[in-house]
Design a protein around this ligand. Structure first.
Ligand SMILES: [Zn+2]
Ligand SMILES: [Zn+2]
Length: 391
Protein backbone atom coordinates (compact mmCIF):
# COMPACT_ATOMS: atom_id res chain seq x y z
CA UNK A 1 0.00 0.00 0.00
CA UNK A 2 1.24 3.50 -0.72
CA UNK A 3 0.77 6.46 1.56
CA UNK A 4 -1.21 9.02 -0.41
CA UNK A 5 -0.55 11.79 2.10
CA UNK A 6 3.22 11.53 1.54
CA UNK A 7 3.03 11.25 -2.24
CA UNK A 8 0.56 14.14 -2.46
CA UNK A 9 3.07 16.45 -0.77
CA UNK A 10 5.78 15.27 -3.17
CA UNK A 11 3.61 15.65 -6.29
CA UNK A 12 2.29 19.09 -5.26
CA UNK A 13 5.82 20.35 -4.68
CA UNK A 14 7.03 19.08 -8.08
CA UNK A 15 3.94 20.45 -9.87
CA UNK A 16 4.47 23.83 -8.27
CA UNK A 17 8.13 23.85 -9.46
CA UNK A 18 6.92 23.01 -12.98
CA UNK A 19 4.19 25.67 -13.06
CA UNK A 20 6.00 28.44 -14.99
CA UNK A 21 7.03 26.16 -17.84
CA UNK A 22 3.50 24.72 -17.99
CA UNK A 23 1.98 28.20 -18.16
CA UNK A 24 4.17 29.08 -21.11
CA UNK A 25 2.94 25.94 -22.93
CA UNK A 26 -0.66 26.90 -22.13
CA UNK A 27 -0.15 30.45 -23.45
CA UNK A 28 1.32 29.13 -26.70
CA UNK A 29 -1.60 26.73 -27.20
CA UNK A 30 -4.10 29.42 -26.25
CA UNK A 31 -2.75 31.81 -28.85
CA UNK A 32 -2.64 29.16 -31.58
CA UNK A 33 -6.01 27.39 -31.60
CA UNK A 34 -7.03 25.11 -34.45
CA UNK A 35 -10.43 24.07 -35.68
CA UNK A 36 -11.85 20.64 -34.89
CA UNK A 37 -10.33 17.92 -37.13
CA UNK A 38 -7.75 20.41 -38.45
CA UNK A 39 -5.43 20.41 -35.42
CA UNK A 40 -2.31 19.82 -37.56
CA UNK A 41 0.12 22.09 -35.68
CA UNK A 42 -1.36 21.29 -32.27
CA UNK A 43 -0.87 17.56 -32.81
CA UNK A 44 2.72 18.04 -34.06
CA UNK A 45 3.43 20.25 -31.05
CA UNK A 46 2.12 17.53 -28.71
CA UNK A 47 3.98 14.77 -30.54
CA UNK A 48 7.26 16.71 -30.29
CA UNK A 49 6.74 17.32 -26.57
CA UNK A 50 6.09 13.60 -26.04
CA UNK A 51 9.21 12.68 -28.03
CA UNK A 52 11.26 15.12 -25.93
CA UNK A 53 9.98 13.23 -22.87
CA UNK A 54 11.05 9.93 -24.48
CA UNK A 55 7.48 8.69 -24.81
CA UNK A 56 6.35 6.28 -27.54
CA UNK A 57 3.67 7.90 -29.72
CA UNK A 58 0.94 6.66 -32.02
CA UNK A 59 -1.35 8.57 -34.36
CA UNK A 60 -5.00 8.26 -35.34
CA UNK A 61 -5.44 11.14 -37.83
CA UNK A 62 -4.68 14.26 -35.76
CA UNK A 63 -5.11 12.44 -32.46
CA UNK A 64 -1.85 11.64 -30.70
CA UNK A 65 -1.53 8.81 -28.19
CA UNK A 66 1.49 8.84 -25.89
CA UNK A 67 2.30 5.53 -24.23
CA UNK A 68 4.16 5.46 -20.93
CA UNK A 69 5.15 1.87 -20.17
CA UNK A 70 6.67 1.29 -16.73
CA UNK A 71 7.39 -2.38 -17.68
CA UNK A 72 6.17 -3.21 -14.17
CA UNK A 73 3.10 -5.39 -13.64
CA UNK A 74 -0.05 -3.35 -13.23
CA UNK A 75 -3.15 -2.17 -15.05
CA UNK A 76 -3.34 -0.56 -18.46
CA UNK A 77 -5.15 2.74 -18.22
CA UNK A 78 -5.99 5.65 -20.51
CA UNK A 79 -6.41 9.36 -19.81
CA UNK A 80 -8.00 11.63 -22.37
CA UNK A 81 -7.60 15.31 -23.23
CA UNK A 82 -9.26 16.97 -26.23
CA UNK A 83 -7.17 19.23 -28.47
CA UNK A 84 -9.59 21.16 -30.72
CA UNK A 85 -10.85 24.75 -30.50
CA UNK A 86 -14.27 26.31 -31.16
CA UNK A 87 -15.47 28.72 -33.89
CA UNK A 88 -15.94 31.59 -31.41
CA UNK A 89 -14.08 34.93 -31.64
CA UNK A 90 -12.31 35.43 -28.31
CA UNK A 91 -13.25 38.63 -26.47
CA UNK A 92 -11.04 38.39 -23.38
CA UNK A 93 -8.32 40.96 -22.75
CA UNK A 94 -5.58 38.35 -22.35
CA UNK A 95 -2.29 39.52 -23.96
CA UNK A 96 -1.97 36.07 -25.58
CA UNK A 97 -5.56 35.87 -26.78
CA UNK A 98 -6.44 34.23 -30.08
CA UNK A 99 -6.56 36.59 -33.02
CA UNK A 100 -8.33 34.08 -35.24
CA UNK A 101 -12.06 33.50 -35.59
CA UNK A 102 -11.63 30.41 -33.42
CA UNK A 103 -10.53 30.12 -29.81
CA UNK A 104 -9.97 27.75 -26.89
CA UNK A 105 -13.21 28.69 -25.14
CA UNK A 106 -13.74 25.04 -24.14
CA UNK A 107 -10.46 24.95 -22.20
CA UNK A 108 -8.84 22.21 -24.29
CA UNK A 109 -5.61 24.25 -24.29
CA UNK A 110 -5.37 23.83 -20.54
CA UNK A 111 -6.40 20.16 -20.79
CA UNK A 112 -3.44 19.51 -23.12
CA UNK A 113 -1.13 21.49 -20.82
CA UNK A 114 -2.18 19.63 -17.68
CA UNK A 115 -1.84 16.26 -19.36
CA UNK A 116 1.64 17.00 -20.81
CA UNK A 117 2.65 18.33 -17.42
CA UNK A 118 1.32 15.27 -15.61
CA UNK A 119 3.36 13.00 -17.93
CA UNK A 120 6.46 14.95 -16.92
CA UNK A 121 5.44 14.70 -13.27
CA UNK A 122 4.84 10.94 -13.52
CA UNK A 123 8.18 10.34 -15.26
CA UNK A 124 9.88 12.23 -12.41
CA UNK A 125 8.01 10.04 -9.91
CA UNK A 126 8.09 6.81 -11.91
CA UNK A 127 8.72 4.76 -8.74
CA UNK A 128 5.06 5.38 -7.78
CA UNK A 129 3.70 4.04 -11.04
CA UNK A 130 2.96 0.57 -12.38
CA UNK A 131 1.49 -0.81 -15.62
CA UNK A 132 1.03 1.20 -18.78
CA UNK A 133 -0.65 4.54 -19.44
CA UNK A 134 -2.12 5.66 -22.75
CA UNK A 135 -2.32 9.47 -22.83
CA UNK A 136 -4.95 10.21 -25.45
CA UNK A 137 -4.80 13.67 -27.05
CA UNK A 138 -8.04 13.55 -28.99
CA UNK A 139 -8.74 15.43 -32.20
CA UNK A 140 -12.27 16.16 -33.40
CA UNK A 141 -14.07 16.13 -30.08
CA UNK A 142 -16.29 19.10 -30.95
CA UNK A 143 -17.25 17.30 -34.16
CA UNK A 144 -18.18 14.32 -31.95
CA UNK A 145 -16.01 11.91 -33.97
CA UNK A 146 -12.57 11.70 -32.30
CA UNK A 147 -13.39 9.10 -29.64
CA UNK A 148 -15.07 6.81 -32.18
CA UNK A 149 -12.01 6.86 -34.45
CA UNK A 150 -9.64 6.14 -31.56
CA UNK A 151 -11.80 3.24 -30.37
CA UNK A 152 -12.01 1.86 -33.91
CA UNK A 153 -8.20 1.96 -34.19
CA UNK A 154 -7.99 -0.71 -31.48
CA UNK A 155 -5.18 1.14 -29.64
CA UNK A 156 -7.21 1.10 -26.42
CA UNK A 157 -8.35 -2.54 -26.73
CA UNK A 158 -6.54 -3.78 -23.62
CA UNK A 159 -7.22 -0.78 -21.39
CA UNK A 160 -8.70 -1.56 -17.94
CA UNK A 161 -9.77 1.98 -16.94
CA UNK A 162 -10.16 5.35 -18.63
CA UNK A 163 -10.28 8.85 -17.13
CA UNK A 164 -11.58 12.03 -18.73
CA UNK A 165 -11.63 15.48 -17.25
CA UNK A 166 -13.07 18.86 -18.14
CA UNK A 167 -12.69 22.34 -16.71
CA UNK A 168 -15.83 24.14 -15.58
CA UNK A 169 -16.67 27.57 -14.20
CA UNK A 170 -19.54 25.94 -12.30
CA UNK A 171 -17.06 24.89 -9.60
CA UNK A 172 -14.54 27.15 -7.84
CA UNK A 173 -10.81 26.86 -8.55
CA UNK A 174 -9.34 24.03 -6.51
CA UNK A 175 -12.53 21.98 -6.28
CA UNK A 176 -13.08 18.83 -8.35
CA UNK A 177 -16.42 17.18 -8.94
CA UNK A 178 -17.73 13.87 -10.17
CA UNK A 179 -20.31 11.22 -9.35
CA UNK A 180 -20.96 7.53 -9.91
CA UNK A 181 -23.30 6.43 -12.72
CA UNK A 182 -24.84 9.01 -15.08
CA UNK A 183 -22.52 12.03 -15.37
CA UNK A 184 -22.96 13.25 -18.98
CA UNK A 185 -26.11 13.73 -20.99
CA UNK A 186 -27.01 12.03 -24.24
CA UNK A 187 -27.19 14.51 -27.09
CA UNK A 188 -28.30 14.62 -30.71
CA UNK A 189 -27.63 17.35 -33.22
CA UNK A 190 -30.42 18.23 -35.66
CA UNK A 191 -30.54 19.99 -38.99
CA UNK A 192 -33.78 21.17 -40.59
CA UNK A 193 -33.64 22.08 -44.28
CA UNK A 194 -36.58 24.05 -45.64
CA UNK A 195 -36.78 24.03 -49.44
CA UNK A 196 -39.01 26.86 -50.67
CA UNK A 197 -39.13 28.71 -53.96
CA UNK A 198 -37.06 31.86 -54.24
CA UNK A 199 -37.67 34.98 -56.27
CA UNK A 200 -37.65 38.80 -56.37
CA UNK A 201 -39.19 40.52 -53.33
CA UNK A 202 -41.47 42.47 -55.67
CA UNK A 203 -43.02 39.13 -56.60
CA UNK A 204 -42.98 37.67 -53.08
CA UNK A 205 -46.60 36.45 -53.32
CA UNK A 206 -45.41 34.01 -56.00
CA UNK A 207 -42.54 32.64 -53.91
CA UNK A 208 -42.46 30.07 -51.08
CA UNK A 209 -40.40 32.02 -48.57
CA UNK A 210 -38.21 29.61 -46.53
CA UNK A 211 -37.10 32.39 -44.14
CA UNK A 212 -40.68 33.16 -43.18
CA UNK A 213 -41.42 29.42 -42.79
CA UNK A 214 -38.30 28.91 -40.65
CA UNK A 215 -39.42 31.74 -38.33
CA UNK A 216 -42.66 29.85 -37.68
CA UNK A 217 -40.82 26.57 -37.10
CA UNK A 218 -38.43 28.30 -34.66
CA UNK A 219 -41.28 29.68 -32.60
CA UNK A 220 -42.96 26.29 -32.26
CA UNK A 221 -39.64 24.50 -31.53
CA UNK A 222 -39.09 26.86 -28.60
CA UNK A 223 -42.50 25.84 -27.25
CA UNK A 224 -41.60 22.10 -27.10
CA UNK A 225 -40.65 22.35 -23.38
CA UNK A 226 -44.34 23.20 -22.80
CA UNK A 227 -45.23 19.74 -24.11
CA UNK A 228 -42.83 17.81 -21.85
CA UNK A 229 -43.23 16.71 -18.23
CA UNK A 230 -41.53 19.52 -16.23
CA UNK A 231 -39.75 16.93 -14.08
CA UNK A 232 -37.67 15.80 -17.05
CA UNK A 233 -34.10 17.08 -17.34
CA UNK A 234 -33.29 18.19 -20.88
CA UNK A 235 -32.32 21.14 -23.03
CA UNK A 236 -33.27 21.99 -26.60
CA UNK A 237 -31.23 24.73 -28.25
CA UNK A 238 -31.30 26.25 -31.69
CA UNK A 239 -27.77 27.39 -32.38
CA UNK A 240 -27.82 28.52 -35.98
CA UNK A 241 -30.25 29.73 -38.65
CA UNK A 242 -28.95 30.24 -42.15
CA UNK A 243 -30.16 31.29 -45.58
CA UNK A 244 -28.44 32.95 -48.50
CA UNK A 245 -30.82 35.59 -49.77
CA UNK A 246 -29.79 39.12 -50.71
CA UNK A 247 -31.48 42.49 -50.27
CA UNK A 248 -33.95 41.88 -53.10
CA UNK A 249 -33.92 38.09 -53.26
CA UNK A 250 -35.95 35.59 -51.29
CA UNK A 251 -33.69 32.51 -51.09
CA UNK A 252 -34.53 28.94 -52.10
CA UNK A 253 -33.53 27.38 -48.83
CA UNK A 254 -33.25 28.01 -45.08
CA UNK A 255 -31.42 25.82 -42.58
CA UNK A 256 -31.98 25.57 -38.83
CA UNK A 257 -29.46 23.74 -36.66
CA UNK A 258 -29.40 22.84 -33.00
CA UNK A 259 -29.04 20.08 -30.45
CA UNK A 260 -31.06 18.24 -27.84
CA UNK A 261 -29.44 17.02 -24.62
CA UNK A 262 -31.17 14.98 -21.95
CA UNK A 263 -30.44 12.40 -19.31
CA UNK A 264 -32.82 9.79 -20.67
CA UNK A 265 -33.07 8.50 -24.22
CA UNK A 266 -36.88 8.25 -23.97
CA UNK A 267 -37.31 11.99 -23.64
CA UNK A 268 -34.88 12.59 -26.46
CA UNK A 269 -36.86 10.28 -28.76
CA UNK A 270 -40.04 12.15 -27.84
CA UNK A 271 -38.45 15.54 -28.67
CA UNK A 272 -37.17 14.17 -31.99
CA UNK A 273 -40.73 13.13 -32.88
CA UNK A 274 -42.02 16.63 -31.99
CA UNK A 275 -39.36 18.28 -34.15
CA UNK A 276 -40.26 16.04 -37.11
CA UNK A 277 -44.02 16.52 -36.84
CA UNK A 278 -43.85 20.31 -36.22
CA UNK A 279 -41.55 20.80 -39.22
CA UNK A 280 -43.61 18.60 -41.53
CA UNK A 281 -46.91 20.25 -40.53
CA UNK A 282 -45.67 23.83 -40.98
CA UNK A 283 -43.91 23.06 -44.28
CA UNK A 284 -46.96 21.25 -45.67
CA UNK A 285 -49.11 24.26 -44.72
CA UNK A 286 -46.88 26.50 -46.85
CA UNK A 287 -46.33 24.00 -49.69
CA UNK A 288 -42.61 23.83 -48.90
CA UNK A 289 -40.49 20.68 -48.81
CA UNK A 290 -38.39 19.86 -45.78
CA UNK A 291 -35.78 17.46 -44.47
CA UNK A 292 -35.12 16.75 -40.80
CA UNK A 293 -31.74 15.18 -40.13
CA UNK A 294 -30.61 13.87 -36.75
CA UNK A 295 -26.86 13.26 -36.49
CA UNK A 296 -23.75 13.14 -34.30
CA UNK A 297 -25.60 11.35 -31.55
CA UNK A 298 -23.74 10.94 -28.26
CA UNK A 299 -24.74 8.30 -25.72
CA UNK A 300 -25.21 8.89 -21.99
CA UNK A 301 -21.92 9.07 -20.11
CA UNK A 302 -22.00 6.56 -17.26
CA UNK A 303 -19.22 6.71 -14.69
CA UNK A 304 -18.18 3.25 -13.55
CA UNK A 305 -18.63 3.06 -9.74
CA UNK A 306 -15.36 1.22 -9.02
CA UNK A 307 -13.16 3.47 -11.21
CA UNK A 308 -14.90 6.58 -9.85
CA UNK A 309 -14.43 5.53 -6.22
CA UNK A 310 -10.72 4.75 -6.72
CA UNK A 311 -10.09 8.09 -8.44
CA UNK A 312 -12.15 10.12 -5.94
CA UNK A 313 -10.34 8.44 -3.05
CA UNK A 314 -6.90 9.18 -4.50
CA UNK A 315 -7.61 12.80 -5.52
CA UNK A 316 -9.40 13.70 -2.29
CA UNK A 317 -6.05 13.35 -0.51
CA UNK A 318 -4.92 16.45 -2.36
CA UNK A 319 -8.04 18.53 -3.18
CA UNK A 320 -11.71 18.76 -2.23
CA UNK A 321 -13.77 16.44 -4.42
CA UNK A 322 -17.50 16.94 -4.35
CA UNK A 323 -20.34 14.90 -5.74
CA UNK A 324 -21.71 16.90 -8.67
CA UNK A 325 -25.24 16.71 -10.01
CA UNK A 326 -25.65 15.06 -13.41
CA UNK A 327 -24.60 17.51 -16.10
CA UNK A 328 -26.36 18.45 -19.33
CA UNK A 329 -22.90 18.66 -20.85
CA UNK A 330 -22.35 15.93 -23.38
CA UNK A 331 -18.98 14.69 -24.54
CA UNK A 332 -17.85 12.00 -26.93
CA UNK A 333 -15.99 10.62 -23.90
CA UNK A 334 -19.28 8.73 -23.41
CA UNK A 335 -18.20 6.38 -26.22
CA UNK A 336 -15.14 5.36 -24.21
CA UNK A 337 -17.34 4.90 -21.14
CA UNK A 338 -19.55 2.49 -23.14
CA UNK A 339 -16.51 0.33 -23.83
CA UNK A 340 -14.10 0.79 -20.91
CA UNK A 341 -14.82 1.19 -17.17
CA UNK A 342 -14.06 4.83 -16.61
CA UNK A 343 -14.77 8.09 -14.92
CA UNK A 344 -15.29 11.72 -15.98
CA UNK A 345 -14.23 14.48 -13.60
CA UNK A 346 -14.86 18.22 -13.57
CA UNK A 347 -12.04 20.58 -12.56
CA UNK A 348 -13.34 23.86 -11.12
CA UNK A 349 -11.89 27.07 -12.59
CA UNK A 350 -14.28 29.73 -11.31
CA UNK A 351 -12.45 32.71 -9.82
CA UNK A 352 -14.40 35.97 -9.59
CA UNK A 353 -11.27 38.02 -8.76
CA UNK A 354 -9.70 37.00 -12.08
CA UNK A 355 -12.93 37.31 -14.11
CA UNK A 356 -13.01 33.54 -14.63
CA UNK A 357 -16.78 33.43 -14.45
CA UNK A 358 -18.00 32.93 -18.01
CA UNK A 359 -19.41 29.58 -19.13
CA UNK A 360 -17.70 27.22 -21.59
CA UNK A 361 -18.00 28.33 -25.26
CA UNK A 362 -18.59 31.97 -24.20
CA UNK A 363 -16.36 34.51 -25.99
CA UNK A 364 -15.04 35.73 -22.61
CA UNK A 365 -14.42 32.27 -21.15
CA UNK A 366 -11.05 32.10 -19.44
CA UNK A 367 -9.43 29.69 -17.06
CA UNK A 368 -7.66 30.43 -13.81
CA UNK A 369 -4.04 29.38 -14.44
CA UNK A 370 -3.80 28.24 -10.81
CA UNK A 371 -5.64 25.10 -11.88
CA UNK A 372 -2.67 23.95 -13.97
CA UNK A 373 -0.73 22.40 -11.04
CA UNK A 374 -4.04 21.20 -9.53
CA UNK A 375 -5.11 19.37 -12.68
CA UNK A 376 -1.58 18.05 -13.15
CA UNK A 377 -1.53 16.48 -9.68
CA UNK A 378 -5.11 15.19 -10.02
CA UNK A 379 -4.27 13.41 -13.29
CA UNK A 380 -1.08 11.96 -11.80
CA UNK A 381 -2.92 10.71 -8.70
CA UNK A 382 -5.63 9.09 -10.85
CA UNK A 383 -2.94 7.35 -12.89
CA UNK A 384 -1.08 6.12 -9.81
CA UNK A 385 -4.28 4.80 -8.17
CA UNK A 386 -5.67 3.08 -11.26
CA UNK A 387 -2.47 1.43 -12.50
CA UNK A 388 -1.85 -0.25 -9.16
CA UNK A 389 -3.32 -3.71 -8.71
CA UNK A 390 -4.10 -3.20 -5.03
CA UNK A 391 -7.65 -2.43 -3.94
ZN1 LIG B 1 -14.58 20.68 -24.11
ZN1 LIG C 1 -16.80 22.25 -25.95
Amino acid sequence: MINYNDITIRLKKDASDMKDEAISIWKYLHQNPEESLKEYNTSSFIENKLKELGIETKRVDNSVIGILDTKKPGKNIAIRSEIDAIPVKELTNLPFKSNKEISHVCGHDVHITMMLNSIKLLIKNIDLLQGKIFFVFESGKEERIGAKRILESGILNNVDHIVGFHVTTQLPTGVLGTKENVILSTSTAFKIKIHGMGGHISDSHNTVDPVFISSQILLVLYSIPKLIDPREIFTLSITSTHSEGSIDTIPEEAIIQGAISSITTTIQDKIKEFIKSITNTICTLHSAKCEVIFEKELPLGINHPETTQKVMKAISNAFPVIETPVSLLSDDFSFYLQNIPGTYIFIGTKNTLKDCIYPLHNSKFRIDEDIIPIGTVAIALSAIALTRDEE
